[in-house]
Ligand binder design. Sequence first.
Ligand code: NDP
Ligand code: A1CAB
Length: 275
Amino acid sequence: MLEQTIAFLGAGNMAEALIKGLLRSGTARPESIIATGRRGDRIEELQRTYGVRTTLDNVAAVREADVVVLSVKPQVLDKVLVQVAPAVDPHKLVISVAAGVPIAVMERRLGAGARIIRTMPNTPSLVGAGACALARGEHASDEDLAVATRIFQAVGITTVVDENLLDAVTGLSGSGPAYIFLIIEALSDAGVKVGLPRYTAQKLAAQTVLGSAQLLIETGIHPGQLKDQVTSPGGTAIAGLHTLEAGGLRTTLINAVEAATRRAKELGEQFLEKS
Ligand SMILES: NC(=O)C1=CN([C@@H]2O[C@H](COP(=O)(O)OP(=O)(O)OC[C@H]3O[C@@H](n4cnc5c(N)ncnc54)[C@H](OP(=O)(O)O)[C@@H]3O)[C@@H](O)[C@H]2O)C=CC1
Ligand SMILES: O=C(O)[C@@H]1CCC=N1
């Protein structure tokens, strides 16, 4: 059980996923969580659902907290940083989930000695199946990294990377759920094309993605080998695979991750120019 009081500034989707995970796993108590927002109805809903403390006042939440999670959109982050900076002292750990915003920029806003961990989670955190990479700022300690890791382990798996790899993480696992949903939707359409009812097609497509990922993770077998196990000589899977290769699926996915990584970098650069 974490003893620290944790304030989530901007309790939207990502913050709610973390709050839910922290409570469900017994990592934190409701009374040690404070959620902030812009709208009274939203924070009341969080209070009703999870029993956490809530306020519309970011500064008041920061004053009470040992750990401050910055979970607003990147576009409003600078404003929030300026607002809370006077209340962030060196005793507080600051964790950011914002895409693209460099630690150096946050340090500039919060003061040079600020203890910052920058992270990139993803939306499957909402169901406890997230993937999150964490990067440590210069002034964050081993203990800070351990606390941040525990918070994200409550909603999925974690890995520690250098900050310069976080844009790549954003391109792969941060944005990746969108690619996979597109693939599931396309497979569902394909099922309908070959005669399956829509609901049946979608259920089979989603479970196939889930089951394949689970098989790979649980066995640790190389994906190429698992692919070979599905592929009988002269059979159906190789006919499908040939078509995917002809359509350039691998290249398309590599291009997609590269484009998203580039976009994450651009967002960071735009943030730097504005701040
Ligand atoms: N969605 C994703 O797939 C991922 C998102 N992220 C990052 O997570 C962060 C949050 O994203 P997400 O949860 O999806 O976004 P949401 O829009 O769901 O959450 C942001 C919340 O912040 C609130 N808010 C806006 N302005 C303020 C303010 N000044 N003070 C306090 N609260 C405020 C918003 O309220 P209101 O709705 O009233 O505006 C909203 O509830 C972003 O920085 C994003 O880059 C990281 C990884 C993946
Ligand atoms: O598209 C975005 O900007 C966010 C960041 C990671 C996933 N979605």
